[in-house]
Design a protein around this ligand. Structure first.
Ligand code: SAM
Length: 218
């Protein structure tokens, strides 16, 4: 990541974003510190850089989006990320969410299905020694590195992805937006035993579709 393009102006804008997220009930200090540190503008196409610190989802390449900062913060806070957590992210996109998790001290395995986005994210995330990028269909998870303490899905799944929940360790948590193409409910799953899990609904969100073997077949 070329941090020489991170100016005092950007740092000030980030602090205002942090204050906005605090006012929306984001309280995890380690998470707020990460949002205050990661230069979100460097994860965006040039045309959208100046809008990087608005609390909005924005377009990246290939008709995909970087999630709204509030959504990134909400999903991350729900997972209660601790340093040393092994986290699987489905949907690398720009790489911003992976950078936030890495700043928080997690080891991140992130998978993206679109090669152009994978290549770009891999480059910008190369400064993090605790992020591993993969190209492929994330609906199958990444069984070679399981079990994970936490799983975050940043695209909309049509139904509960059991394949992913099976890759959690016992006590592990997965946060996944589930619904139709237009809107989804955020669901947090906790693996309670080898073959059982609990789930809780956390409100309405809107994501681009999760496309793959165990999701939408577009
Ligand atoms: N986390 C991203 C960020 O920080 O920029 C935002 C992700 S964007 C909302 C959703 C991403 O999920 C897109 O890049 C899309 O290509 C990817 N995606 C959709 N289905 C996928 C799948 N089966 N496996 C991996 N990635 C997938």
């Amino acid at each position: 990541m070329n941090t020489k393009n991170d100016t005092y102006k950007h740092k000030g804008q980030r602090q205002r974003l942090v204050q906005l997220l605090e006012s929306k009930n984001i309280r995890d200090v380690n998470l707020l510190k990460a949002i205050g540190s990661v230069p979100r503008h460097l994860f965006l196409p040039k045309d959208f850089e100046q809008r990087a610190y608005e609390d909005n989802a924005l377009p990246i390449d290939e008709e995909q989006t970087i999630s709204q900062p509030y959504t990134v913060a909400f999903q991350t806070q729900c997972l209660n990320i601790k340093p040393g957590d092994k986290v699987l992210e489905i949907g690398t996109g720009s790489g911003y969410q992976a950078a936030i998790l890495a700043e928080m001290g997690a080891t991140v395995y992130t998978i993206e299905r679109i090669e152009k986005l994978y290549n770009k994210a891999k480059k910008i995330l190369s400064s993090y020694k605790n992020v591993f990028c993969f190209l492929g269909d994330g609906t199958m998870g990444l069984p070679e590195n399981k079990p994970y303490n936490k799983i975050i899905v940043t695209a909309a799944a049509p139904h509960t992805p059991l394949v992913l929940i099976n890759q959690l360790c016992i006590g592990g948590k997965a946060i996944i937006p589930i619904g139709n193409m237009k809107n989804q409910k955020m669901i947090i799953f906790t693996k309670t035993d080898e073959n059982t899990f609990s789930e809780k609904e956390l409100g309405d969100f809107r994501f681009v579709p999760l496309i793959g073997k165990y999701a939408w077949n577009l």
